[in-house]
Ligand binder design. Sequence first.
Ligand code: 1GP
Length: 248
Amino acid sequence: MPNRVEQLIQDRIRAQGCIHMTLLDPEKKSGYDCAAIAKDAEAGGTTAIMVGGSTVASGVEMEDAVKRIKASVKLPVIIFPNNIASITGAADAIWFMSLLNSANTYYLIDSQAIGAPMVKKLGLESMPMGYIIVGYGGAAGYVGQARVVPYDRPELAVAYASAAELLGMRYIYLEAGSGAPQPVYPQMIAAVRKYCKCTLVVGGGIRDAKAALAAKTAGAQIVVTGTLVEDGDKVTERISEITKALKA
Ligand code: 1GP
C-alpha cells in the first residue's frame, strides 16, 4: 500500500519548511465538536488532523470522532494513539509510536506488539515515530510513566532521538505535554535537528504564532497544537495566524 499521507506530509515540508497539525482529543470533546473544530482548522490552513489523547479509553468514541472528522474535512486524519483502543480503520494513517523514555515496557513495545497485527489487518498506513516526553510532561508523561527529559538537557533528547533514528524510525516527536506552561526549548529542538535525520515534530504548550515560529526557527518540521482550539472559539483565526507565520 503506498504511503499516501506520508508523501503528502513530506511534500508539504519540502515546500514550506514547517507545517502545522491540529490535535483533537475525543475524550475532551464530542465527535460532533471535533468535526466542527477540524473544519475550522482546515479553513485556517492546518495540514492534517491528529486524533488522540492520553486517557482515551473507548474505541467506539475514537472511531466516532475519526469518522465525523473524515466526513467534514478533506485533510488526512492521523491516529495519535495512547493505547490499543485508539486503533481504527476509519483513519488515513497512524503514528506508530514508542514512548522512548517510558520506564514501562508496555509503552515502549508491548502495546505496539498487541496493536500491530490489527494495524496490518486494517491496512492502515503506519508512520514510525519515537516519542520523547520532555519537561512538564502533562498527562502523557504521567500515564506513560515517562522519566521526563529535563527541559535544559538537550543532549539526552539527542541520545534518544539518535537511537530512534538508528532503529529506523522516521519521525521524532519532542513532547512537552498538552497544556505545558513552557514549550520544548529551542536549544533542544535545534540539537535534535542538527544531529538526527528523522523528521522532527514538536508540541506541547505552543499557544500562539510566536511560539510556533520559535519552534520552526529552531528546526521543527511539524508543529502540533491542541489546547489552543479546544474551546472551539475563533479556531480558523487562531490556526491561520500560526500557519501564516510558519509559511513566512
Ligand atoms: C499534546 O503536543 C500536543 O500531545 C499538543 O499540546 O495541547 O499544549 O497544544 P497542547
